[in-house]
Design a protein around this ligand. Structure first.
Ligand SMILES: C[C@](O)(c1cnc(-c2ccc(S(=O)(=O)c3ccc(N)nc3)s2)c(Cl)c1)C(F)(F)F
Ligand SMILES: O=P(O)(O)OC[C@@H](O)[C@@H](O)[C@H](O)[C@@H](O)CO
Length: 608
């Protein structure tokens, strides 16, 4: 029997060879065996650690997410397909090569520029890192050398606009604008999944103008797992661009920094480990560059390792507060379950991290914009590219102390949770003033202060600690609210092409049906009540997405249709009359006489 098993495995792998973009559903119950998981992009895989996240209590949720975050720092491991990791030799060498290019720019600020760019969280981190390092230069009396691009412009910093990362030409246009008149530009394109068309097009543009640009790609998949489906309005796939860069790496004409950090705790949610790893990688690289730009000494791997280790220490220090974090998760979960709000109010850059986390809850958990919101206390004048895009755009864009006092305080109730994020040096009087005002409205006030004594964390590590805590609190609160099935956000809004493919993959995973059948089912729900024609089937993905983005519960509805072989209307009735989406799906997963899909094949047989 063993050899037959092997033959099956070999057959399935050969079948994978034709694998273009489509990742086919393996035979029922053969998901792990057939090397299916091995073929999935690491950034999109389901992390075994959080397999039962939806059944965990607050303390367990914090523990599981802590373990996921710890994978960022895991050393290269021969057994685990030895993907290169954060501490791998090759990664450190590439960082050193990039540093010397950055130093050339820092020495000639007038004719040069360092551009950081990305969609969603990657764009927000591009902004945060730009602000931090321009402030560092200003402190040294030097001119700013950094600028950022985020898909959708400054609005996307505070309110997600997920569809814009699909716009390849928009990326080029934004890049041309910021590089006007520059002779040398280090372009750092950030895409955790090696997937955003916005970034792929910018990198491609750099590759066609190497006399001016040095393209650097930051992400967390091997190039072999870069996204390979066609980009609308563009001639190359992300993978083709990445392969072109790979060839130029030898001659230092392009660089790819892509250590594996392991799958996200919520499958595909690259705002978490992907965002944290982006911050760690780029701050380490740029800090080292700034440290040695004055001295002629070359940067050493030892110096890089020292900085990286301080981030690893920040992970340890942060999770010594696990009990308090779990209490915050529980309290925030209660607020959301009672249809109340969670406010995260942070000082200086801690406020930017709070705003980012709040903005991400909308696409990540289908949250309403006022469910979880971040606010920035303190001066934000020199921060934004075009602050005008932000101010007075309506309550969705509220983010300042003034907005908090004017628009939030008056309607605060005892069911709301308010979390203050600050450091113990300096702004204490400011904090107390605001806390007093909040305490008049609710006792649900928590403070997260970074002690500047004892467990001292430098600025960048303090920010990452805040990100880990806020990501855990907002994720945990939505898990407790029943938004997650196993470790998947099944009820995702199909608002860009990556989310369209994630929806199809989740349908494959929970039904065991073929990719084609799942895609057909999804289109049926999207276009309902219109009957699908071949013309509709062959329309551009952007057309499907434009319609899907305006509809609710498209994926859960399709899942029920596929599981019960019923109509869209019947599925919608079933969802509307069910206590929760999770309950409706679980009931259908266990419907009598149903073939079991991947996510229920339980190797331990516990559920038999
Ligand atoms: C793990 C899982 O099977 C799964 C989820 N999402 C996906 C995908 C999400 C998004 C895509 S994709 O946009 O085609 C993409 C995204 C990034 C990348 N490097 N390559 C492809 S695949 C896959 Cl392949 C599997 C599950 F269970 F979540 F459905
Ligand atoms: O960095 P990537 O892989 O290109 O992803 C860019 C964006 O899709 C991503 O940041 C998204 O907004 C987040 O909600 C993911 O949790």
């Amino acid at each position: 029997p063993g050899h037959r098993h092997h033959q099956l495995w070999a057959w399935t792998m050969r079948g994978m060879k034709k694998y273009r973009h489509v990742i086919e559903t393996p035979n029922p119950g053969k998901w792990e065996l057939a090397g299916y998981e091995a073929n999935l992009p690491i950034s999109e895989k389901s992390n075994p650690i959080t397999r039962e996240l939806d059944k965990a209590d607050p303390v367990q949720i914090v523990q599981l997410l802590k373990e996921c975050d710890a994978e960022i720092f895991q050393e290269e491991d021969e057994a685990l397909l030895n993907y290169k990791r954060l501490y791998s030799e090759s990664v450190l060498k590439t960082m050193i090569d990039i540093i010397s290019k950055v130093q050339e720019v820092l020495k000639d600020p007038d004719n040069t520029l360092i551009v950081l760019s990305g969609g969603g969280t990657s764009g927000r981190l591009a902004f945060l890192i730009t602000v931090s390092f321009n402030k560092l230069l200003k402190g040294l009396g030097q001119l700013p050398c950094y600028t950022y691009i985020i898909a959708g412009g400054d609005r996307s910093l505070v309110v997600s606009q997920e569809g814009l990362e699909d716009c390849a030409l928009l990326g080029i246009e934004e890049l041309r604008k910021v590089c006007e008149g520059k002779k040398k530009v280090v372009f750092i394109g950030i895409s955790c999944g090696l997937s955003a068309p916005f970034v792929a097009a910018q990198l491609d543009f750099c590759l066609n103008n190497l006399d001016i640009f040095l393209p650097v790609l930051v992400g967390f998949n091997p190039v072999s797992m870069a996204r390979n489906d066609r980009i609308e309005g563009w001639h190359s796939t992300f993978r083709q661009v990445a392969e072109r860069m790979q060839k130029l790496q030898e001659s230092h004409k392009a660089f790819i920094l892509n250590p594996a950090v392991g799958p996200e705790g919520i499958s595909g949610s690259s705002r978490m480990k992907g965002g944290s790893a982006t911050k760690i990688l780029l701050e380490t690289l740029l800090l080292a560059a700034h440290k040695t730009v004055s001295k002629e000494t070359d940067i050493s791997e030892k110096c890089l390792l020292e900085i990286l280790r301080t981030y690893e220490r920040a992970h340890k220090v942060t999770y010594t507060q696990s009990k308090k974090i779990a209490a915050l998760v529980k309290q925030a979960g209660t607020s959301l379950q009672k249809k109340a709000c969670v406010y995260m109010v942070g000082w200086h850059t801690l406020g930017i991290i709070a705003i980012m986390d709040g903005a991400e809850c909308i696409p990540t958990f289908g949250a309403d914009y006022h469910d979880v919101r971040g606010f920035l206390i303190g001066d934000h004048s020199e921060m934004f590219n075009k602050e005008a895009d932000l101010i007075a755009q309506g309550s969705q864009f509220a983010f300042s102390q003034e907005d908090f006092v004017k628009m939030v305080l008056p309607s605060l109730t005892a069911l709301d949770t308010v979390l203050f994020l600050f450091t113990l040096d300096g702004e204490l009087t400011e904090v107390e003033k605001l806390v007093v005002q909040v305490k008049e409205k609710t006792s649900n006030v928590q403070a997260l202060s970074h002690a500047t004594v004892g467990q001292y964390l430098p600025k960048f590590q303090r920010e990452l600690s805040t990100k880990w805590i806020l990501n855990t609190v907002s994720t945990g609160a939505h898990v407790l609210k029943g938004k997650i099935l196993h470790n998947h956000m099944v009820d995702l809004r199909v608002s860009n092409s990556k989310l369209f493919w994630r929806a199809v993959s989740i349908l494959q995973r929970f039904t065991g049906h073929s990719q084609a059948r799942c895609q057909e089912g999804l289109l049926k729900t999207i276009y309902d009540p219109e009957v699908l024609s071949d013309e509709i089937r062959s329309a551009e993905l952007s057309k499907h997405i434009a319609i899907a983005a305006e509809k609710n519960q498209v994926v859960p509805t399709t899942l029920l249709c596929l599981l019960r072989n019923c109509s869209v209307q019947e599925a919608q009735v079933r969802l509307d009359t069910s206590p929760s989406i999770r309950a409706a799906i679980e009931a259908s997963l266990n419907a009598p006489g149903r073939k079991r899909g991947a996510d229920e094949s339980d190797p331990t047989g516990r559920n038999m």
